[in-house]
Ligand binder design. Structure first.
Ligand code: 13P
Ligand code: SF4
Length: 314
């Protein structure tokens, strides 16, 4: 089947089975085209909470499907490729976080949504890149906070809020590898062109950027600047699909990654996000596999900081 035929078959099957297809902005463009709803991680969690559908198909990485499963225990949550992980979530194991907490009595734990359910179960409040600043600011100034796992986002929040949160030394391999040298060269080549960066990027990249925000915030910026002809993009380029729809005539210039002698990837795509394909989405809906579940004792504990996040980001 062609992509067009597959998308049509997926849409029909979703209707028949009362399934809602959700996709993160970093998914392959054809998956975004097949989805009912496209969003960043906060919007996907909010949408999962709201939906009446019997089945949620989460086209994203595993922690996103887990979050939906925790929020919707009565629904069947499917993922096209259950092995789609996340280097950032992998950088923080629950047993290590438990030790870190023990070494820091009296601290609140603020965890990024890019974590496993077991890590969320040890957390006081979950945040995403969309609401992290807002939520951290709601703690009294003298609250002692452990923030993890993304050190770049944590450092950015510390700088913005004047806080001194303790930071977990984790990171996203995609956002950490944008080349500072290449960005400097692009800025010289395209003077005045705004640089849009995700806060998971390293500090040097953020310092060279004009707009720092979550996937949704960067997209909103593009939507609000439809007269701008060019944008330099320092985040996963999957989001350019939606940006291009908002600004069909604009050029989006992705910042390339660092390449160290023979090592390194020639693109900035998140290979985990790209593990989901249209064919896998079709099979997933047809066979109703793979179902993502979270052990009830973990889900019960993980739900508390996720609900706190939804409440605090209103
Ligand atoms: P958002 O919260 O901006 O969707 O980011 C999720 C993510 O995985 C970034 O790498
Ligand atoms: Fe995880 Fe980075 Fe991929 Fe986002 S882009 S899913 S943080 S590995």
């Amino acid at each position: 089947m062609s992509d067009k035929e597959l998308i049509q078959a997926i849409r029909e099957m979703a209707k028949q089975k009362d399934a809602v297809i959700m996709a993160h902005y970093y998914q392959r463009p054809e998956i975004q085209e097949a989805a009912d709803f496209i969003g960043d991680s906060l919007a996907l969690a909010q949408q999962a909470r709201k939906t009446d559908a019997k089945i949620i198909v989460m086209c994203g990485v595993h922690f996103m499907a887990e979050t939906a499963a925790i929020l919707c225990p009565d629904k069947k949550v499917l993922i096209p490729d259950p092995t789609a992980g996340c280097s950032l979530a992998d950088s923080c194991k629950a047993e290590d976080l438990r030790l870190w907490k023990e070494q820091h009595p009296g601290y609140k734990v603020v965890s990024y949504v890019n974590t496993t359910a077991a890590v969320k179960a040890l957390t006081d409040v979950v945040v995403t890149s969309s609401n992290a600043l807002r939520i951290v600011n709601q703690f009294p100034k003298d609250t002692k906070i452990l923030f993890g796992p993304d050190r770049n986002l944590g450092a950015y929040i510390n700088a913005q809020t004047g806080r001194d949160m303790e930071l977990w030394n984790g990171g996203c391999h995609v956002h950490s590898r944008f080349s500072v040298e290449a960005l400097i060269a692009l800025k010289k080549e395209y003077p005045g062109v705004p640089v849009l960066a995700h806060p998971e990027c390293k500090q040097m990249v953020l310092q060279l950027s004009d707009v720092i925000g979550s996937t949704q915030a960067l997209l909103n910026y593009v939507k609000a600047h439809t007269d701008t002809q060019k944008f330099i993009i320092a985040t996963e380029p999957g989001v350019i699909h939606e940006m291009q729809k908002a600004c069909p005539k604009a050029a989006f210039i992705p910042v390339p990654p660092e390449v160290t002698e023979g090592v390194g990837c020639s693109c900035n795509e998140c290979e985990y996000m790209r593990q989901n394909t249209l064919q896998k989405l079709y099979n997933c809906l047809l066979n109703e596999t793979d179902v993502v579940t979270v052990a009830p004792e973990v889900a019960e504990k993980a739900l508390i900081p996720i609900e706190r996040m939804l409440e605090m980001s209103k």
